[in-house]
Design a protein around this ligand. Structure first.
Ligand code: FES
Length: 134
């Protein structure tokens, strides 16, 4: 079923108000924090690994609805996946999950969580493909 633009908008707001995987992990294997240089907003992401599987992932920070919702959806998507599978998360996939038109100015917002995820994966020795870089 195709969702309407309104339903995507509503989904973004829902993730913004009640972000999934939001918070901090006491023990973590990877911890990366990154700032959106355009606005100063921050996303910090923490990951617990079991072998090469992302067993748990949490994020926190402050930012606009787009950045927080995109990061919330992204963490849902990669939780339980291998590091290699997580490298396949691209900008296109983020835009698909958000489902609304994102202006060029807001793209840094939409991809902030993805950038942090890629930094986490690089720390774990898994570089992402070029087209997924922010
Ligand atoms: Fe700062 Fe969107 S305005 S992340």
């Amino acid at each position: 079923m195709m969702l309407s633009e309104d339903m995507y908008q509503e989904n973004i707001l829902e993730h913004y108000k009640h972000p999934h995987n939001f918070g901090m992990l006491e023990q973590k294997d990877i911890d990366v924090r990154e700032v959106n240089p355009l606005c100063g907003d921050v996303v910090e992401m923490q990951i617990i690994l079991k072998g090469d599987v992302i067993e748990d992932i949490k994020f926190h920070g402050k930012g606009c609805a787009i950045s927080q919702a995109a990061t919330s959806m992204l963490t849902d998507e990669v939780k339980g996946k291998t590091l290699k599978e997580a490298t396949e998360m691209t900008k296109q996939k983020i835009l698909g999950m958000l489902g609304v038109e994102i202006s060029p100015v807001r793209q840094k917002c939409a991809f902030l969580g993805l950038k942090v995820l890629h930094m986490c994966l690089e720390k774990a020795g898994h570089a992402s493909s070029k087209d997924s870089h922010c």
